[in-house]
Design a protein around this ligand. Structure first.
Ligand SMILES: [Zn+2]
Length: 473
């Protein structure tokens, strides 16, 4: 933002006086307090948002990309948004992955028979029809795997990697099958990426990769796909059980059966609804979450909660007659989980006006007690958002930190848009993440309401304040 001294030099026209006056006003976030207090009070007076999460997820269940349940949930959400009086309610087309789990099982055969609770990893290939029965080698890291060289050939590799932090542990889920296949393994098992377990497997996506190799005696490089081997998560408890058996020198054999199929891309939609700006309708503040989920549980935490809190934030602005200067747009992205194709489709559909996106805030860490926002933007944008934060002190959501982008707003961030994620208490998220236990009872209505308030206050003030957040160059 320009300094006062700069303004002193250029004062003289009415336009600049207006600019000066509004800049001063913007420096005092208290000027928004009457409106933001109303938003906070309306958001926290009842359990409307939690009720909506429960209704959405109880009615449609899990919503994996490519499924009828996802499309029905999108239809329902669009219809309700229209009933709420939101504007420009529409589904914006996106082609999405279509992976179908099919029946699956894992059984410990030796040293004793035991059924292993499991979930195939998203996008995994199937086993042959009769399954794969093979010896298991338990490893604790990629380095451990590499040290074993050919010893894993023809075997099932189990990565028993304790949860430390999501990104660090997730890499085994995303690329473990690839690493094991390169050394000749026939299947990959994974200790679930979970910070707590009561014998629940956690799914999530994997990615098969190609590797570049140089032809012998030539300079040409060819891309050879690494063999795609089936991959599944087992529970933390069973991973440790197998590990202990290996430590005792007991030969371990597992039978893995998976009938997963990958079908052609399927049509889906990003859910979009707006409150058009009263002065600058072309400039847009985006808030949202992803409407799809994994095909287990009900996708309440991940991420019906994110979609609903953004939706409720907009509905409250509408109900309270708070129409900011710029447009506030709710987006419920499709297919975040298996591919991120919804976020990419949104960016492509809005390529012509991406420079009119002034801020994008996503909630995708569960709608637990909010602390504030984690921002991926320039220092000056973070500083401006920090001035808004005290408006949320009364509900303890006034933290503004530097953070990583959330998945669906990352394409916008890469196009220069300041983005942020709702920063919440993450204690329990990875207890339930991508499991059958992701159901609305895990969320506290009072916490959900505070998430609505936090989103509403940032969306409203950033859409209302005279200046825009500086973009990253
Ligand atoms: Zn998510």
């Amino acid at each position: 933002m320009s300094s006062r001294s700069t303004f002193a030099v250029v004062l003289g026209t009415a336009a600049l006086i207006t600019s000066f006056a509004s800049t001063v006003a913007a420096q005092s976030p208290d000027s928004y307090r009457a409106a933001t207090d109303r938003l906070i009070e309306a958001a926290t007076k009842d359990s409307a948002a939690w009720n909506r999460i429960a209704e959405l997820t109880d009615t449609f269940g899990s919503r994996i990309a490519g499924s009828e349940a996802l499309e029905h949930a999108i239809d329902w959400t669009l219809a309700r948004m229209k009933t709420d009086g939101l504007e420009n309610v529409r589904g914006e087309p996106a082609m999405v992955n279509h992976w179908v789990r099919g029946t699956e099982s894992a059984e410990l055969i030796t040293p004793r028979r035991k059924s292993l609770a499991m979930l195939g990893l998203g996008l995994s290939v199937a086993t042959p029809p009769g399954g794969i029965t093979a010896p298991v080698v338990v490893v604790t890291s990629f380095e451990d795997l590499a040290r074993r060289g050919d010893a894993v050939k023809g075997k099932i590799v189990l990565f028993d990697v304790p949860f430390t932090q999501y990104e660090a542990t997730r890499v085994y889920r995303s690329t473990g099958a690839n690493a094991a296949a390169k050394q000749g393994a026939v299947a990959m098992l994974l200790r679930s990426v979970a910070s707590f377990s009561i014998n629940s497997p956690h799914t999530g996506t994997l990615s098969y990769e190609s590797r570049l190799s140089r032809g012998r005696g030539t300079s040409s490089t060819t891309e050879t796909p690494v063999r795609r081997i089936p991959a599944a998560a087992i529970t933390v408890e069973d991973a440790q059980l197998l590990h202990r058996m290996q430590d005792r020198g007991q030969p371990i054999t597992v039978k893995l059966v998976m009938n997963a199929r990958t079908l052609p891309l399927a049509p889906s939609r990003n859910v979009v609804a707006e409150l058009r700006g009263r002065e600058k309708p072309d400039e847009v503040v985006v808030i949202g979450g992803h409407i799809d989920s994994w095909d287990v549980g009900q996708g309440a935490m991940d991420d019906a909660g994110g979609v609903v809190v953004a939706w409720e934030a907009l509905r409250l602005m509408k109900t309270l007659g708070l129409r900011p200067r710029r447009t506030v747009r709710v987006v419920g992205w499709t297919d975040e989980e298996s591919s991120g194709r919804g976020g990419l489709a949104y960016r492509d559909a809005h390529a012509a006006d991406v420079d009119k996106h002034v801020f994008a805030l996503e909630s995708d860490n569960g709608v637990f007690r909010p602390y504030g926002i984690a921002v991926a933007a320039s220092d000056s944008a973070v500083a401006m958002l920090k001035r808004i934060a005290p408006l949320l002190s009364r509900i303890g959501a006034d933290s503004v930190t530097h953070g990583e982008s959330e998945a669906d707003v990352e394409p916008l961030m890469n196009a220069g848009v300041p983005v942020a994620g709702l920063h919440v208490d993450g204690t329990r998220y990875f207890w339930y993440h991508h499991t059958n236990a992701d159901t609305p009872d895990k969320l506290d209505p009072a916490d959900v309401a505070k998430c609505v308030a936090t989103m509403a206050v940032y969306a409203y003030v950033v859409a209302e304040m005279p200046e825009v957040l500086p973009r990253k160059q």
